[in-house]
Design a binder for this molecule. Structure first.
Ligand code: PMP
Length: 464
């Protein structure tokens, strides 16, 4: 660390505090704590502007799947920018990267999904998914089918519509939502299921609840059901066995489109390019992707629709000859070129196989933290994992919000060179897929030390 770097950090930090509006931020805390200025990334390490090195346990924000600092992606960006920085894809225009990436996604997606609409992120891709579902049913002569079923603790984004789909209700406070559109069913929160239910019975309970909700709202008024295979920001919630297949079958039975939000789970995090079909045996009607599609090197999102939906929405209709949906940056050539390169890297360097091989080791190593008195649950799958902290392991009683337990552990971990994502009482891990055994061992070691250090603080403060 040298003084010059420290000055850069301070100057940027001051400009940031004065002018940059940060997403999802507690301003009371932010105004006293300020920002960490991240300046450089390399594989699964990230460096701040003061030169401190951290293990990136969250891949930026569940997205830098192929790792930081890839020169080959930087080269593609430079080459594409100097060739054709931008042209639209409206009507009869296209570009080579946009067409190539669409074809590549059709190749890797489940076989019924062969048509893709591009945007710049997950929220936009989810907005597109809902608009597509509505448009489809309107054209089919079923204009009453409009409602959406989502789940408590689901995260689907932050635009007006995507925020309404999101079931983390604490994030809704102070904002308005799209009215009378979304109905929520319970989160598949297996750890916090009713105490009297086995996991199997909990699955039955959730399916019955969904069935009841469909009957209550009326299948003739429901357009779609939206679900993340593993709920991410809501707490890395892994539904009970059989849940996905059964929800999908229920949707099929009731002519409800199934939207799989794979913004986090696609592109290797669970060891498959697309998780829905390969892991959960579900064939979604609409598949939503972002983040890992470009490994975060450039904003990119994609909504894939089934052949059946495409057939309906692409037929010109009397009085409605136009598919009137699109963004300036739909199919941005530079973004699509990065997406293509990213997939090529994933395939050539066998990232999915790596996650399949090392995922169980990561799970087992993390599970070794279960002896710690404040670790209530360790869950997730492969490179999408989470530790839930509790005050009392037996009763599962959590810490009061003011304790900010995960944030405390986060600070201790950061001091020791690891970035995890603190969410309430949860520590989320979603590292770059370059994580190897050494990185996993270091990550778990630092987590243990940080949890122990936080426990000491809590004891000193009389909280534990
Ligand atoms: N869906 C899921 C499952 C997500 O995790 C996220 C972002 N964390 C989104 C949608 C929204 O994506 P974005 O922030 O790119 O709009």
């Amino acid at each position: 660390m040298n003084t010059q770097e420290l000055n850069i950090s301070k100057e940027i930090w001051e400009k940031d505090q004065a002018h940059l509006i940060h997403p999802y931020t507690n301003y009371k805390k932010f105004n006293t704590e300020g920002s960490v200025v991240y300046a450089k990334g390399e594989k699964h390490w990230i460096f701040d502007a003061d030169g401190n090195k951290y293990l990136d346990g969250i891949a930026g924000l569940w997205c830098v799947n192929v790792g930081h600092g890839r020169e080959d992606i930087a080269e593609i960006m430079a080459a594409e920018a100097s060739k054709l920085a931008y042209y639209n894809t409206f009507e009869d225009a296209t570009s080579i990267p946009a067409a190539e990436l669409a074809a590549k996604l059709a190749e890797i997606a489940p076989e019924n999904l062969n048509h893709v609409f591009f945007g710049t992120g997950g929220s936009m891709a989810n907005d597109t998914a809902i608009k597509m579902a509505h448009y489809y049913f309107n054209l089919k002569g079923l204009p009453k089918k409009k409602k959406v079923i989502s789940r408590d603790l689901a995260y689907h984004g932050s635009t007006f519509l995507a925020h309404t789909l999101t079931g983390i209700h604490s994030t809704h406070i102070g904002f308005d939502l799209v009215k009378d559109l979304v109905h929520y069913v319970s989160a598949p929160y297996t750890y916090r299921r009713p105490a009297e239910l086995t996991e199997e019975e909990f699955c039955d309970f959730l399916i019955k609840e969904l069935e009841d909700k469909i009957n209550e709202v009326g299948a003739d008024e429901i357009a779609c059901f939206i679900a993340e295979p593993i709920l991410g920001a809501g707490g890395v919630l892994v539904p009970p066995k059989g849940y996905h297949k059964r929800t999908w079958e229920l949707c099929q039975k009731n002519d409800i489109l199934y939207i799989s939000d794979e913004v986090v789970t696609a592109f290797g995090r669970l060891g498959e390019m697309i998780a829905s079909e390969s892991i959960y045996d579900v064939k979604p009607d609409i598949l939503v992707m972002a983040k890992g599609i470009s490994s975060g090197y450039i904003p990119l999102g994609a909504t894939m629709i089934s052949d059946e939906i495409f057939e309906v929405i692409s037929q010109p209709k009397e009085g409605n000859p136009y598919f009137s949906h699109g963004f300036t940056y739909s199919g941005h050539p530079l973004a699509c070129a990065v997406g293509l390169k990213n997939i090529e890297i994933m395939e050539n360097e066998h990232f999915c196989e790596h996650v399949q091989n090392l995922g169980p080791y990561f799970e087992t190593q993390l599970a070794s933290l279960s002896d710690l008195p404040i670790v209530g649950d360790i869950r997730g799958s492969k490179f999408m994992l989470c530790v839930e902290c509790v005050k009392d392991k037996n009763t599962k009683e959590g810490f009061a919000d003011e304790v900010t337990i995960a944030k405390r552990i986060y600070y201790h971990a950061k001091e020791r060179g690891l970035i995890v994502r603190p969410l309430g009482s949860l520590l989320v891990l979603s590292p770059p897929l370059t994580f190897d055994k050494d990185a996993i061992d270091e990550c778990v070691y630092i987590l243990r030390e940080s949890i122990l250090a936080s426990m000491e603080d809590l004891i000193r403060e009389g909280i534990l």
